[in-house]
Design a protein around this ligand. Structure first.
Ligand SMILES: Cc1ncc(COP(=O)(O)O)c(C=O)c1O
Length: 386
């Protein structure tokens, strides 16, 4: 990774950018403005499950743009109805309502309001190392001190328990809890996979107290972890499911998936001007169809298993642990991740960190086997040589 530079001209608060200007993408490849090709091992933190500019999604956007580019949620829209029907058709029948917005953070904010509005309670229980976004509500659920402290006081009523500590979670959830908010795999926090016991304890605590259970699958959703939705692996169904990133194949979208009975008790209004716009919905339909047609969750499972067995051979003197599910993989080093990321970039592979010592791999799920093999080879050489 080249040394982080300030943001491009006129960009506010965009420090830490890599000084590469990327101009084109296809499949797992990205090209810079000098024509150099890179393999994308970060997929914009999980947006690019379908790879760069997937042709089916591009065609759907083109068609929709010619017909109807924008429409607020105050009117019915066949393309929105079709998208929501498709999405709900992939989920357990307890889910029958969706609020569409434009980002993961907005999906989280919506869930917080649904929880407080429908339960009349104020407290939210989240996990240490969790990441849920950076607006004031979502930031209150996010753990990292350096992200939170400059903006305090945040929204009151948030508590954090150690991730995967079922007893601490059970103790924290009371009759005052509106919602338990968890990532099934913590992405930004270092790629930590929830234990079945922890998720089962969360479900039981929510049932015992009447709190809602929300899974933030903004990063784990839509095939990334080897299932369409990570929660399917454990069969523990939340009351609220948060999706974004890859849901519309690269077009901004956020979705808060929930139930009709919560809508009936939801006091207050919520609205998003661009939420559910026709462009995002048309892209979403194409993205879901491609995900199913090309069996991308199964691909993620298979390519993830190959990676884990290859990465297990890395020397323990360099690697503390390899974690993850499907194609969301964290390699925790005994040293800093930055020099490894820099050397990978020099060799044409763009990976991202998850904390100071974790190299995170989340390539497009469409990555070709030969390309994945070359990436793992390079990672092995770079980490292995110490
Ligand atoms: C689990 C999780 N939740 C929420 C967010 C925030 O999403 P967005 O950046 O689209 O607002 C992220 C972003 O990385 C995330 O990983």
């Amino acid at each position: 990774m080249s040394a982080p530079a300030p943001g491009g001209p006129h960009e506010f608060g965009a420090g830490g950018q890599r000084p590469i200007s990327l101009v084109r993408a296809s499949g797992e490849y990205l090209w810079d403005d000098a024509g150099r090709r890179y393999v994308d091992l970060g997929a914009t933190h999980g947006v690019g499950n379908l790879g760069g500019s997937p042709p089916d999604v591009v065609r759907a956007i083109e068609r929709q743009a010619h017909e109807l580019l924008y429409l607020g949620s105050g009117y019915r829209s066949p393309v929105r109805t079709e998208f929501l029907g498709k999405l709900l058709g992939l989920l357990p029948p307890s889910f029958d309502r969706v609020f569409l917005s434009n980002s993961g953070t907005e999906a989280v904010e919506t869930a917080l309001k649904i929880a407080r509005g429908s339960t009349g309670r104020r407290e939210i229980v989240a996990a240490m190392r969790g990441f849920h976004g950076r607006t004031l509500g979502a930031l209150s659920a996010t753990w990292r001190k350096e992200l939170r402290e400059p903006f305090e006081p945040l929204v009151p009523g948030f508590r954090h328990v150690p991730f995967n500590d079922a007893a601490a979670l059970e103790a924290a959830v009371t009759d005052a809890t509106a919602m338990i908010l968890l990532e099934p795999v913590q992405g930004e926090g270092g790629v930590h996979v929830a234990t079945p016991e922890f998720l089962a304890a969360a479900r039981a605590a929510a049932d015992r107290t009447g709190a809602l259970l929300a899974f933030d699958e903004v990063q784990t959703g839509i095939g990334r972890t080897g299932r369409l939705f990570a929660f399917e692996r454990w069969g523990i169904v939340p009351d609220v499911l948060l999706l974004a990133k890859s849901l519309a194949g690269g077009v901004p979208i956020g979705a808060t998936v929930t139930r009709r009975d919560l809508e009936a008790r939801f006091r207050g209004s919520h609205h998003s001007t661009f939420g559910g716009n026709p462009l995002a919905c048309a892209a979403g339909i194409a993205a879901l169809e491609m995900t199913l047609r090309d069996h991308l969750p199964e691909r993620a499972e298979r390519l993830g298993a190959i990676a884990r067995s290859r990465l297990a051979e890395l020397p323990p003197s360099r690697v503390r642990e390899v974690r993850g599910l499907g194609l969301l993989i964290g390699i925790e080093l005994r040293d800093r991740a930055a020099p490894v990321l820099a050397e990978l970039e020099r060799r044409g592979f763009l990976a991202i960190p998850a904390g100071p010592s974790v190299v995170r791999l989340l390539p497009p799920l469409v990555i070709q086997e030969a390309g994945w093999d070359r990436a793992l080879e390079a990672i092995g050489e770079v980490i292995g040589r110490g």
